[in-house]
Design a binder for this molecule. Structure first.
Ligand SMILES: *Cc1c(COP(=O)(O)O)cnc(C)c1O
Length: 391
């Protein structure tokens, strides 16, 4: 039997991170002492009061279908969050709750992009963006950036990349994998270029709460009514509430886009898990004290990891302003990212994600969403590894 795979599915790039991850897991299963810097999720548990709310909902029999776009109570709580944190006014009908921030991005791309469209994605990028664009039949247009520009695109660079086919710009600030954060002025200017040229913006603001050194996250939608009208904000509970496994994210968008996403979702996943939504309501309306503690811990780890990486021969590192990743440049070791990570795992039992997965083959992603003990041990080993490469 010949199975014909659809051209959109066949065009997808299998996750490059998977091979290394599988190897690291296999080594661990054999009892080897592997230090993992690959985590894309917080190492903290979901705060107890959020878990309690979901458990109570389950016990009370809140186990049936909900409205496809989420329960009214949660959509209202999300609208209140946007008002409170971002000064943005959304009606609950402009808010769609989905099965993760990733799902919200996917829905946004599906609702707005089609064959013949181009979508501008600054690199290094979150690896799912180009694949989502390809699934919609559109073409990803990658804008490269380097450490020298703090991994940020300039308005001129953006302007030069826009063609009559450009439909969407995807921005992710703070960024996975670089931890880079646009200043409000820089972000506004990118928005200005999009407005001037009639390009929509998908602003993935999932790391909003994870910013350091008193830096400020400002929503792309908040600069002016024009910015608001051109922006789809995607967000979720995974990072700020450590709810990755709950599969809950959300989007806020202009009404016609929200309506299209509602239709897509109603014919694909339908509603996100009922009792998980009850937990999410409490996440947004309950105490936020955990965040301060987590940020203090991330701040400590980031400072230590940045200091250690910067001191390694052959390694240069831009300090992150947000999220929980560092993205050191390893070009001077003479290795490209895949070989670097494969050999570091083999020789030193340290797992990191090759930058090539994010469109940057001279870098590796180090997640500091792991214990200080692990970070110390892993960086000791990484240092031994690069010392052997750079004599
Ligand atoms: C983690 C993450 C998301 C959302 O993850 P979900 O688990 O689907 O909520 C979205 N964008 C980026 C850049 C991320 O790192």
């Amino acid at each position: 039997m010949q199975y014909r795979i659809s051209k959109h599915a066949a065009a997808l790039t299998p996750s490059l991170t998977l091979a290394i991850d599988a190897k690291a897991k296999a080594m661990k299963a054999e009892g080897q002492d592997v230090v993992g810097f690959g985590a894309g999720e917080p190492d903290f548990d979901t705060p107890q009061h959020i878990k309690d709310a979901a458990v109570a909902a389950l016990a009370a029999g809140f186990t049936k279908y909900t409205p496809s776009s989420g329960i009214a109570e949660l959509r209202q709580a999300i609208a209140d969050k946007f008002k409170r944190d971002n000064g943005l006014t959304y009606k609950p009908s402009q808010i769609i709750v989905s099965c993760g921030g990733k799902h919200s991005c996917f829905n946004a791309v599906m609702a707005t992009c089609q064959e013949g469209d181009e979508v501008i994605i600054p690199a290094p990028y979150w690896l799912s963006y180009p694949e989502m664009v390809k699934l919609a039949g559109a073409t990803p247009v990658i804008l490269p950036t380097t450490d020298a520009s703090d991994f940020k695109v300039t308005p001129d660079q953006l302007r030069a990349a826009i063609t009559p086919r450009t439909r969407l710009l995807i921005v992710n600030s703070p960024s996975n994998p670089t931890g880079s954060l646009y200043t409000p002025a820089e972000l506004k200017e990118l928005g200005d270029v999009c407005i001037e040229r009639g390009v929509l913006i998908l602003s993935d603001e999932i790391y909003e709460k994870l910013v350091y050194d008193g830096a400020e996250h400002v929503s792309m939608a908040s600069f002016s009514p024009e910015h608001y009208a051109h922006t789809i904000v995607t967000h979720g509970f995974a990072k700020a509430y450590s709810m990755t496994g709950w599969r809950l994210g959300f989007m806020a968008a202009p009404e016609p886009i929200a309506k299209a996403v509602d239709a897509i979702q109603s014919h694909s996943t339908s509603n996100p898990t009922s009792f998980a939504q009850k937990g999410a309501v409490v996440a947004l309306t309950g105490p936020q004290d955990h965040l301060k503690l987590w940020l203090a811990e991330y701040t400590k780890r980031r400072a230590y990891a940045f200091h250690r990486l910067s001191a390694m021969p052959g390694v240069t590192c831009v300090n992150a302003k947000g999220a929980f990743y560092l993205f050191p440049n390893i070009a001077q070791t003479g290795l490209k990212s895949t070989e670097f990570c494969a050999r570091m795992l083999e020789e030193e039992k340290v797992a990191a994600v090759p930058g090539v997965a994010f469109g940057a083959d001279d870098n590796v992603r180090i997640s500091y969403a792991t214990s200080m003990t692990n970070i110390e041990k892993g960086l000791d080993r990484m240092e031994q590894f690069v010392r052997r490469l750079v004599k």
